[in-house]
Design a protein around this ligand. Structure first.
Ligand code: OGA
Ligand code: MN
Length: 275
């Protein structure tokens, strides 16, 4: 297995393995790599839906997304799809998956199934690098703070997606979510300090209103996505990306209007987060 950095502070390309066959020590090495670098890209993979699900179970368990359409025959697989005549895409803003759960998903594994002829890259940002790059004053200001996360405003009736042409594709408008997490968490395996607020689901700091929270929250969000903390996944047929939802954020580019794109996602179960 060869590991090559994608960018100085974020992401690696892993070659020399087929994920369908990965288990035991190889699986452990893949996990450590992703915990550390935030996202790993694997090229030229052959993976059936059964093998996709089996990989998730070998990793440690599958969380089913409550909102995305599911694959008819394989309800563990969420379909991240944009039709040629649709304007809105899924995940088209900086976010991390499932931070609105009290025990958020550890990571996600996205398999390219049908790609547009150009565009449709996914951008990632490393949240360890994001924390490190904050000024000492900002680090002091967020020490000990907690934040409230929810997905209700995104998925509810009349919510962000409902106002777009993606609305009718999604499920779970009635589901209520809400979780409190420290603003700075320690990675459960590497111990690295990570910034854990995101623009998709973080609403306010505990003890402050949304309005009171916004100036600091905006400062953190802007600083987190500095170019230097980022890397880009350019998809090809056979590309799979696996990311750690604690150590990275992602943002799906929506720059392939008029073309179809379909990705299959499995979300890995996670663990409680702590400062
Ligand atoms: C996701 C997501 C990004 C993409 O599946 O969680 O945000 O590029 N997808 O499709
Ligand atoms: Mn996502």
């Amino acid at each position: 297995m060869q590991i090559t950095p994608m960018a100085p502070r974020c992401g690696v390309e892993v070659s020399g393995i087929q994920l369908a066959e990965a288990s035991g020590d190889v699986m452990e090495q893949i996990k450590q790599t992703i915990y550390e670098h935030g996202v790993a890209v694997f090229r030229d993979q052959e993976l059936t839906p059964e093998q996709h699900i089996a990989f998730g179970k070998r990793w440690g368990g599958v969380d089913v997304n409550q909102y995305f359409p599911l694959q008819d025959e394989y309800p563990e697989i969420a379909v991240v799809r944009k039709n040629a005549d649709q304007e809105t895409n899924i995940g088209g803003a900086w976010h991390t998956d499932h931070s609105y759960d009290q025990i958020p998903a550890m990571g996600s594994m996205l398999v390219a199934r049908e790609l547009p002829p150009h565009g449709g890259d996914t951008h990632y940002a490393h949240m360890g690098a994001a924390y490190d790059s904050l000024t000492d004053d900002l680090k002091a200001e967020i020490e000990g703070l907690e934040a409230y996360h929810t997905a209700d405003h995104v998925y509810e009736e009349g919510g962000l997606y409902a106002q777009t042409d993606m609305g009718k594709e999604l499920r779970g408008q009635d589901i209520k979510t809400g979780a409190v997490h420290p603003v700075v968490i320690r990675h459960p395996h590497t111990g690295r300090k990570l910034l854990y607020v995101n623009s998709g689901f973080t609403i306010n700091f505990v003890g402050q209103t949304r309005e009171e929270s916004l100036p600091l929250l905006t400062k953190l969000l802007n600083s987190a996505v500095m170019e230097d903390n980022q890397c880009v996944v350019k998809w090809q047929p056979g590309t799979i990306a696996i990311w750690d939802n604690r150590s990275s954020w992602h943002n799906a580019m929506n720059d392939y209007q008029g073309h179809y794109r379909e990705m299959h996602r499995i979300t890995f179960s996670g663990e409680a987060l702590a400062a």
